[in-house]
Design a protein around this ligand. Structure first.
Ligand SMILES: *Cc1c(COP(=O)(O)O)cnc(C)c1O
Length: 351
């Protein structure tokens, strides 16, 4: 029966980085520094846990059509924007693609970057067009605009995963001015960057900004994301989205977590402090980052060699070998708790 499976899934799929974890387990590590997935190292607060527990009591019912508490909590962060929710930003990305892209339509992606845009676009039958960044990972705006000619949708991540660099809002504005289709600007890490692209929403009706509660708000395991969208797009996204994608538990925890602005701020400050220390104290080249991770160039080692050796020393990091259009000598290293970061610096310098 396997012959009925689409060719697309016979070849590729999302690459989960599980190898480091297996090596560390095999090495009998007493404690493991988890710096591979850009997660917030602190568990949700007791208030967030309590809200989730309360919500699960009603889990025999489907979620309501409108999750008002969550929407109200988001409104406090984004008073002027239209929003659509999803099961992670990944869910929102799929919905946006469904609305705009049909079989054979080109979708442009600024690479090297997060792999899910390409996977989700290909699933919809799109023709995926990769547009490579400059050697310093800045976006070549004329080349990107050239690639975008005739495209209905393009993806640009800033701060970019895995390179960490920030594309200035002026460059994004130039892209929005020059392209006809819609730009999906992935802002999963924007809260760590001190940059705000939301003012562009008032000027451009072809901009969608993706956001998530997985990173700064510490809810990666609950799958909750959203996008700030132009008003015209709102009703179409509502029609195309997967029904009841945001669970009652995720909605309740999300509303509570969004109320803890001080906590988010403290985490962002912790990240900024450690980014500086990483840059100063790691003996390899550390690329400038506006995110809760940095890209480290470990040449002449390969990313995979370095990842395996660090895992054997109880530190999990991400080898960037699977990212399209990126050389094989990079690691992506998250900022975790103090002890994890200190261990990372010690071990990466000993490679
Ligand atoms: C983590 C991440 C997301 C968010 O994914 P969720 O589905 O919300 O967990 C989106 N884009 C990038 C680039 C990311 O790194």
């Amino acid at each position: 029966m396997k012959r009925w499976v689409r060719d697309l899934y016979k070849e590729s799929g999302y690459v989960y980085a599980t190898r480091a974890w297996e090596i560390a387990k095999g090495a009998g590590c007493p404690k493991i520094a988890r710096l591979a997935s850009n997660e917030n190292p602190s568990p949700p607060s007791p208030a967030v846990v309590a809200a989730a527990c309360e919500a699960v009591k009603g889990a025999n019912r489907y979620p309501p059509e409108n999750q008002w508490d969550l929407l109200a909590a988001l409104k406090r962060w984004h008073p002027d924007e239209h929003m659509v929710l999803g099961a992670g930003m990944d869910g929102v990305i799929e919905t946006v693609i469904r609305v705009l892209v049909g079989a054979g339509d080109p979708v442009v992606i600024s690479t090297p970057t997060f792999s899910f845009y390409g996977i989700a676009a290909a699933a919809q039958g799109a023709r995926v067009v990769l547009c490579r960044r400059e050697p310093d990972f800045s976006v070549n705006v004329p080349a990107f605009l050239q690639a975008c000619r005739g495209a209905r949708l393009a993806f640009l991540c800033t701060p970019n995963n895995p390179t960490g660099n920030v594309t200035p809002p002026e460059a994004v504005a130039e892209i929005l001015d020059g392209m006809e289709g819609v730009l999906f600007l992935d802002n999963a890490y924007v809260e760590f960057s001190g940059t705000d692209y939301r003012p562009l929403l008032r000027k451009y009706d072809n901009l969608v900004i993706g956001r998530t509660l997985s990173k700064i708000h510490a809810l990666a395991g609950l799958r909750l994301g959203y996008a700030l969208v132009p008003a015209w797009m709102d009703p179409y996204l509502e029609k195309a989205k997967t029904p009841f994608a945001v669970s009652v538990v995720a909605a309740a925890a999300g509303a509570a977590a969004l109320g803890e602005a001080e906590r988010a701020k403290a985490y962002a400050a912790h990240v900024a402090r450690w980014r500086e220390r990483y840059t100063k104290e790691i003996r390899w080249k550390v690329h400038p980052s506006g995110a809760n991770f940095v890209l480290v160039d470990v040449a002449p080692l390969t990313g995979t060699e370095a990842m395996e050796r660090l895992a054997a020393r109880c530190v999990l990091v991400r080898s960037c070998a699977s990212f399209p259009d990126l050389a094989d000598h990079y690691l992506r290293v998250s900022i975790g708790e103090d002890w994890e970061n200190e261990l990372l610096i010690r071990e990466i310098n000993a490679l």
